[in-house]
Write a protein that binds this ligand. Structure first.
Ligand SMILES: [Mg+2]
Length: 258
C-alpha cells in the first residue's frame, strides 16, 4: 500500500444517497402540515429557513437540527394563525425528523467497486459532518467502514479538519486528494490547505452546500468515472511498484502513465 498517499472521502451524497431521505421526510412533514390546514409552499419555505438557521444556532450539523426545525415551523404557523400548540402533534412532527437518521441510505452505484479498487493503493480516509455516534452507526450499517483506515466526524467541515488529518497522518497536502459532492463543505476547505479537490456533483444537493469554488479543481460525473480518474493517477511508492509489477508483468506502461 502507498501509505503516504491519501484520499479523503465525504460520505453523504458522495458514497451514499442521503438527501433523498431528507426530501422524503420533508414531503411527509408538509403533508401533515397541510392536513392541519397550513399552506404547503409557505411551510416548506419556513422549514428551510429554520433548518439553515439551526446549523448556526446549534453550531453545526447536529442531529437535532432537522426535527427541531420541524417543530419550530409548526410553532410559527400556530402563532401566526393564533392556534394553540398541541403537544402530541409536536411529537409526531419531530418524529418524522428523527426518523431520517434511522433509515439506511442506499449506496451510490459503484461505491463498493471503487473503494475496493482504491484500497491497498491509497490510504482511504472518511471525513463526514454530523454527530459522531450517529454518523459512525450509519457508516457501519452501510458496510463501507472496512475500506477506511480512519474516520473523522465533525459538526462542520472546515479546513481545520483537513489540516488535522494532514498532521495526524504526517503527509504533505500534495499527496492528498479530497472527494466530495459539496463545493462548500468538501472542495473549498480542501483547496484552502493546498489539497487537490475532486467534485462529484449530486443532483439532490441541499442549497446550503452550494457556493462558488475557491479555485481550480477536478469534476467527475459519477463513481465509475472517479475510478478511471484515480486509475490514471496511481501513487508511486515502493510498495505499490512491487505489487503492480507482479500483477501486470512486463506491461509497465500500464501503470507508468501517472
Ligand atoms: Mg456530502
Amino acid at each position: 500500500m502507498s501509505d503516504n498517499h491519501i484520499i479523503i472521502f465525504d460520505f453523504d451524497d458522495t458514497l451514499v444517497d442521503t438527501t433523498v431521505i431528507f426530501e422524503k421526510a420533508r414531503r411527509q412533514y408538509v403533508e401533515q402540515m397541510v392536513e392541519l390546514g397550513f399552506p404547503e409552499e409557505a411551510v416548506l419555505e419556513v422549514l428551510d429557513r429554520y433548518d439553515v438557521e439551526n446549523v448556526k444556532k446549534f453550531g453545526g450539523f447536529y442531529t437535532r437540527c432537522f426535527p427541531d426545525a420541524m417543530v419550530r415551523t409548526y410553532q410559527y404557523f400556530c402563532s401566526l394563525t393564533e392556534r394553540e400548540e398541541n403537544e402530541r402533534i409536536k411529537q409526531s412532527l419531530a418524529a418524522i425528523g428523527w426518523q431520517v437518521y434511522e433509515e439506511e441510505p442506499a449506496l451510490l452505484k459503484g461505491a463498493r467497486e471503487l473503494l475496493g479498487f482504491l484500497q491497498g493503493r491509497w490510504r482511504l480516509v472518511l471525513a463526514t459532518k454530523g454527530e459522531p455516534a450517529v454518523q459512525l452507526r450509519r457508516i457501519q450499517r452501510s458496510g463501507l467502514l472496512k475500506y477506511f483506515a480512519a474516520v473523522y466526524v465533525a459538526p462542520l467541515k472546515t479546513s481545520g479538519i483537513y489540516r488535522h488529518i494532514l498532521q495526524e497522518h504526517g503527509v504533505p497536502p500534495q499527496q492528498v486528494w479530497v472527494v466530495g459532492n459539496s463545493i462548500k463543505s468538501d472542495i473549498n476547505p480542501a483547496l484552502a490547505v493546498g489539497i487537490a479537490g475532486v467534485h462529484i456533483p449530486h443532483p439532490c444537493t441541499w442549497h446550503y452546500e452550494i457556493e462558488p469554488p475557491a479555485g481550480e479543481h477536478y469534476v467527475v460525473r459519477d463513481l465509475a468515472e472517479l475510478k478511471e480518474f484515480f486509475a490514471r493517477r496511481l501513487p508511486r511508492s515502493r510498495g505499490w511498484w512491487g505489487r503492480a509489477k507482479k500483477e501486470v508483468g512486463k506491461n509497465e506502461k500500464g501503470f507508468a502513465g501517472n
